[in-house]
Write a protein that binds this ligand. Structure first.
Ligand SMILES: [Zn+2]
Length: 305
């Protein structure tokens, strides 16, 4: 297991994911789902049965540097629990039994260029032209949320709330967006959790979806609250500023009609770059969320059958 006490580079996290997949070849499937504009691979790791999965993504915003390594640590822990046939919390089956029936598809670092900019500066962008354009935006590197083309991925998904960020902007224009859109379509799935920072809050409400959909998502959010002790955001908080739609959770919910929940880790008062002490703390708060929500969704699905 990796120590949760330092800022990992893209290369270090990439290496860890490859090593992890190599260590558990029968449990984990690793795929390169896309390449960023500055030519970094975007990886997905699917743990368990890939025929029906829960998606978990992190690092869509570059500066939110805690969640990617925490998700990698979570995958390591789950793979070990699978192999050891560890029992599930308060449930009559093991991690192995659950993951033989359903999978969890993790994308821990969805925006690797943005992550590198925020953690290590604009000079990490190798493409000279991209680098020149980025510096013109006059945003400090440590505050960087966007990708290497200066586009916020989480405003770029095709859905009802999408609006162009700049004149002539179109949805799904970015490599990172396309990679996730394709991934969502490639698997049969039962839900999606997208990890962001900050606020220790869970957003479940999707304006574009039905009352029954939101009722069910609220139940899941309440369950996640019992695990993490985070707050639950109200319906009015879905779009806090004009033009803040076009999120991955909007696209997923409207296309797949399955629950899509945003979990904001790390206290609201934290400043960027996020201190490494948040890694351990966040792991403690969210490490059971993917497995817990999977079992919750799986059990509800069975009741409906
Ligand atoms: Zn974010």
């Amino acid at each position: 297991m990796c120590a949760l006490e330092k800022i990992y580079t893209y290369e270090e996290m990439h290496g860890r994911m490859q090593k992890l997949a190599g260590r558990y070849p029968r449990i984990i499937q690793l795929d390169v789902i896309g390449t960023s504009h500055d030519k970094r691979e975007i990886l997905s790791l699917t743990l368990g049965n890939p025929r029906k999965v829960l998606f978990c993504t992190a690092g869509i915003h570059g500066r939110e540097s805690v969640n990617p390594i925490v998700l990698i640590q979570i995958m390591e822990r789950y793979a070990q629990a699978y192999r050891e046939k560890a029992p599930m919390r308060e449930r009559p089956y093991t991690v192995c039994e659950l993951l033989q029936r359903y999978g969890i598809c993790f994308v821990p670092l969805a925006n690797p260029d943005g992550y590198e900019i925020a953690c290590r500066g604009f000079d990490r962008i190798r493409d000279e032209e991209l680098r020149r354009e980025l510096k013109k935006q006059e945003i400090p590197a440590r505050e960087w949320k966007k990708n290497a083309r200066g586009v916020d991925i989480n405003r770029n998904f095709p859905c009802r709330s999408y609006s162009p960020q700049q004149p002539g902007g179109v949805s799904a224009s970015e490599n990172e967006t396309k990679a996730l859109v394709q991934l969502f379509q490639d698997y049969d799935s039962i839900g999606y959790v997208d990890f962001h920072s900050r606020g220790k809050i869970i957003y479940y409400y999707r304006q574009a979806m039905s009352g029954a959909y939101n009722q069910y998502s609220y139940q899941l959010a309440k369950y996640l609250q019992s695990l993490s002790h985070y707050e639950i955001g109200g319906p009015e908080e879905e779009f806090q500023t004009p033009g803040s739609g076009g999120n991955s959770v909007n696209y997923y919910s409207e296309t797949m009609k399955m629950p899509a929940i945003t979990v904001e880790t790390v206290e609201d008062a934290a400043s960027f770059p996020l201190h490494t002490r948040y890694q351990k703390e966040t792991y403690g708060e969210i490490h059971y969320i993917p497995l817990g929500i999977l079992s919750q969704i799986a059990e509800t699905a069975e009741e409906k059958v």
